[in-house]
Design a protein around this ligand. Structure first.
Ligand SMILES: C[S@@+](CC[C@H](N)C(=O)[O-])C[C@H]1O[C@@H](n2cnc3c(N)ncnc32)[C@H](O)[C@@H]1O
Length: 313
């Protein structure tokens, strides 16, 4: 910040500046005064315009997401935001007729036995639905996959070859090795890189990470949750869901196996009954285009549209 004019003037006087020097000092006073006013005005304009910019960013994150499909100078402008990139239309016929090519590209990166599951049709397995969401709407933001196992769902979610997938499993879990088919993780990563699919493995307890880290890991428009399926007796799913509510998550959460067992059926019913009105999310049963053991979608964004000839609950 520039010093104030009078202060400059009086301090030069006090130093016994000669007359000509006083003239110079008085010119400096005026220069400094003008500069102060100009810099003050520039500061005001800058701060008000950056305020306006921030408001625009906050109010139109969806618009930005719509237009920022790709990385900008190596960074993803929408990374960390919850809003879907667009209205998300889940068209049952389109999912049923989803091109197999994206899954074909990545199928040999999962375990041999899971290739078979990966390629099963919608209604039997949910990988085609994940591939549809990734291919139709995936932007440069990572997608989050909770429950890695043999990387099958993470690969389906990354099958558009430009959306990174962060997949989470228990501390110490090494189940994913089966997907490497005898190769090292580094060799597998190199194969994935060559195909163009970007999978990042995390082994940590999502209930113990800080709020800041949790927000970062969940900072995207689509999360797939597929873990213990015992929301009452081993209540990870319930606690994870509560954490999403706590951070005011505004994206979409896919739930696998909502019809698998009594606990999952009960929890899904609770989400359907109590959640929607009280907590501001909507639930959709996507089993007909998902997994035969039940696929649910919890939409916190209000931007999901279902197009289906048949009734969906
Ligand atoms: C049904 S498998 C996931 C299958 C995988 N999503 C797919 O479709 O390819 C369940 C996985 O969830 C993992 N899991 C269980 N509890 C978890 C937790 N609290 N956090 C992260 N992963 C967990 C298990 O280790 C197991 O690998």
């Amino acid at each position: 910040m520039l010093p104030r004019g009078p202060h400059v003037h009086s301090s030069t006087m006090a130093l016994g500046v000669p007359k000509s020097g006083r003239r110079t000092a008085s010119i400096r006073w005026w220069q400094a005064a003008i500069l102060s006013i100009v810099s003050f005005l520039i500061g005001r304009i800058a701060s008000s315009s950056s305020f306006n910019c921030m408001s625009i960013i906050n109010n139109t994150s969806a618009t930005i997401a719509e237009t920022t499909k790709d990385t900008n100078n190596g960074t993803c402008a929408v990374e960390g935001s919850f809003g879907p990139p667009n209205d998300i239309v889940i068209d049952f016929d389109k999912v049923k007729n989803m091109d197999l090519e994206p899954l074909n590209r990545v199928k040999n990166l999962t375990s041999e036995e899971y290739v078979n599951y990966m390629m099963k049709p919608p209604g039997k397995e949910h990988y085609r639905l994940q591939s549809y969401l990734s291919t139709t709407y995936g932007d440069c933001r990572h997608l989050t996959d909770v429950g890695t196992r043999y990387v099958t769902s993470a690969l389906a979610m990354g099958s558009n070859l430009h959306t990174p997938v962060w997949t989470f499993d228990l501390v110490g879990s090494s189940e994913r090795k089966r997907a490497f088919r005898g190769k090292t993780e580094e060799e597998w990563k190199e194969m994935a890189d060559n195909i163009g699919v970007d999978i990042v493995f995390h082994n940590l307890d999502l209930l113990k990470v800080s709020d800041e880290d949790f927000r970062k890991y969940m900072g995207t428009w689509f999360i797939m949750l597929d873990t213990h399926h015992l929301p009452d007796s081993k209540p990870f799913e319930r606690q994870f869901f509560q954490r999403l509510l706590d951070v005011q998550y505004r994206g979409m959460l896919g739930l696998d196996d909502i019809r698998l067992n009594v606990e999952m059926k009960k929890w899904w019913k609770e989400l359907q009954d109590s959640g929607a009105d009280e907590k501001g999310y909507k639930t959709y049963d996507l089993t007909k285009i998902g997994h035969g053991t039940g696929t649910g979608l919890v939409d916190f964004s209000g931007r999901v549209k279902i197009v289906a000839a048949e009734k969906t609950d």
